[in-house]
Design a binder for this molecule. Sequence first.
Ligand SMILES: [Zn+2]
Length: 366
Amino acid sequence: MTPNDMDAFPEELSPQQVEEWLRKNPGSVALDVREEFELADGILPGALHLPLSRVPEVTESMSHPDQPLIVYCQHGIRSLQATRYLRQQGWGRATSMSGGFVEWISNGHPIQIPETASELDDEQRERYASQLALPEFGMAGQQRLLKSRVMIVGVGGLGCPAAMYLASGGVGTLRLVDDDVVSRSNLPRQIIYKSRDVGELKVPLAASQLRDMNPGTTVEEHILRLDASNVMELIEDVDVIVDASDNFPTRFLVSDAARNRGIPVVHGSVHRFEGMVTVFDPQKGGPCLRCLHPTVPDPDLCQGCAETGVLGVLPGMVGMYQSTEALKILAHMGDPLLGRLLTIDAMGGKSREYRLNKAPGCVCNT
Ligand SMILES: [Zn+2]
């Protein structure tokens, strides 16, 4: 086979043949079908990256099936699979590089280090491998997360699970705000705390556990109650606020302050066997808390968990939904619960979604 004999383009070429082909045909396309986390050691110079799972989706919309296409992966197995698929779809000049990237570098051929990959160290690439393997999240999503800052208002039933998943997932900075101490009745749902912690302040205990889970996450401790005098300063530089508080005055304070600064609020609440999650972000078209409740509800109608009761696992579910929404917003992926209220009925094993619109006369509409 001579590389110039395009009509005889075989199903596979050796790295030597590929190198020669690319050198003599500078406009040729090399397609890397590995997962994002595999790119850290480099790619072929100028190669396009498209994980194997996305090959059908993307190549269907490409309009040059006559073009020679060099496909490669780590060892040459996935790329052969992709090549056979492409040939069935009319890409008659798709060819797989046998031996893959491993053989390419062992032959001493040139490589290029992708800018994004070089920013994660070995420990991070190993720690986040499963997330990096998701094409929708990948290196770009992980890096956004690592640079992000999230404030968690309340490290109780909702805030504990939310904080645990956000720290473990790789959020760069978590700002914990709470002035409460652990009580024995917290333990069935606030699972970051231990029996021996009763009577101790929550924020330092939670911070210490979170740092153990992921030393790469910076955890800021704010042992205070959020009020009008400190809220603006505390939310100043955050990307997302997780409202995991347990009272309406704090929820209104958070919603109003965030609306002023254009910061999304992931709202969660629980009542007995039912939980609710939504995202408030009026700048992106969704409502704010005042669209639902124009004034702060009567405190007598809003008792805490101790008075009305709650199944311990339910705030766990809601807090995890909140962390999921926060991760989606931070990584720019998926469809956040903006203008949508998700309710979870633990007793019935059901969840429902309701449309939430901006209220015509609300402050967020002016
Ligand atoms: Zn509003």
